[in-house]
Design a binder for this molecule. Sequence first.
Ligand code: MTE
Ligand code: MO
Length: 202
Amino acid sequence: MKVTRGFKGRGGQARDTRLPPGQYDIGSDWPVLTAESTPNLLTAEWSFSVGGLVRNPARWTWEEIHALGSSSYRGDIHCVTTWSKFDVSFSGVSVDTLLAHTQPLPSASHVVAYSHTGYTTSLSLGDVTDGKAWVVWEYEGRPLEIGHGGPARLLVPHLYFWKSAKWVAGLRLLDHDEPGFWEVNGYHDRGDPWLEQRYQGD
Ligand SMILES: Nc1nc2c(c(=O)[nH]1)N[C@H]1C(S)=C(S)[C@@H](COP(=O)(O)O)O[C@H]1N2
Ligand SMILES: [Mo]
């Protein structure tokens, strides 16, 4: 991505590189960061739901969601704890596909993503549409490991990684922003790494 040369973010990092301000390249490591205990979810009992302000609320089983057609991401991810990881690949289903089936109402402006564990995170509808978000079950062509949110997690790679809810269970569409777990605990409502929106007030 080419942005105006010479622009400096608050981290002192030139904005025309691939690393957002204040981030470092963690290389091949991938830390596990979890606030709750890791659940053992069986795919036979797993489901994913879209509800709230939609015309057709829906719930898919593991087999049904795979039948919706698959979509992949290859690119970078950025954690608020300052690591970034380049060129990772995930596949699953695009959130656009899930919303095409459920038909958001005109009043819908935000979503809460919630996990089977109770974790929540909030996003604007615009941050999960137009090819910007996925529910993913594969990492580098293999089933997503349980520690990283397997069998399936949300992936919203253009925002800090706390928005990418592990063990995701569904999306609830709302007409207002409803702060989730980390947003209530001091993290920024939106979390754009290029704007270094780490904490409330940034
Ligand atoms: N359910 C759940 N999802 C979560 C979290 C969590 O604690 N619980 N942590 C978030 C945070 S802060 C980060 S940085 C990433 C970490 O994902 P990883 O453990 O796969 O690196 O998951 C996000 N999704
Ligand atoms: Mo994080």
